[in-house]
Design a protein. Structure first.
Length: 128
C-alpha cells in the first residue's frame, strides 16, 4: 500500500465516507474509507501514506484518541491529518496533539472547498 499517496476518510457514518469518497474520486484520487479509529490504525499499520480526513466525534475511539494512538505507535511520519468536524472550532481535546493536525474542515462539506484543500494538502505529504 506504500507505492502511491492516498486519501483515507475516517468517519463512523458510512454516508459521509461515501460522499467524500465520491467527491475526491471524481478528481482521480485514490480514496480509502475507515469506519472508525481502530480501522484507521490498522490501515496505517499496513503502510498507508497520504492524507487522513478524520472525524472528531466518533464512538469508541474519537478523532483525538485516534491521533494519540497514531502518535503512541509512531505512525505519523508519512501522513497529514485534517479533522472533519461539525463544530465551528476545535475543542480542548486537541491539547498536546495539535502539532499532528494540519487543518479542519467543517460539515456539511462544501465539495469545491474540499477539493481545493485536499489538492493543497496532497502536495505537502512527507516523503520519509
Amino acid at each position: 500500500m506504500t507505492d502511491a499517496l492516498k486519501i483515507l476518510v475516517v468517519d463512523d457514518h458510512p454516508d459521509i465516507c461515501l460522499a467524500v469518497q465520491a467527491i475526491l474520486e471524481e478528481e482521480s484520487w485514490t480514496v480509502l474509507t475507515a469506519n472508525g479509529g481502530e480501522e484507521c490504525i490498522k490501515i496505517l499499520e499496513d503502510g498507508f501514506s497520504g492524507l487522513i480526513l478524520l472525524d472528531i466525534m466518533m464512538p469508541d475511539m474519537d478523532g483525538w484518541e485516534t491521533i494519540r494512538e497514531i502518535e503512541s505507535r509512531d505512525l505519523y511520519h508519512k501522513i497529514i491529518i485534517c479533522m472533519l468536524t461539525a463544530k465551528d472550532n476545535p475543542d480542548e481535546g486537541m491539547i498536546g496533539i495539535e502539532k499532528y493536525v494540519s487543518d479542519y474542515i467543517t460539515k456539511p462539506i462544501v465539495p469545491e472547498l474540499l477539493v481545493e484543500l485536499v489538492a493543497m494538502w496532497m502536495q505537502n505529504i512527507p516523503e520519509t
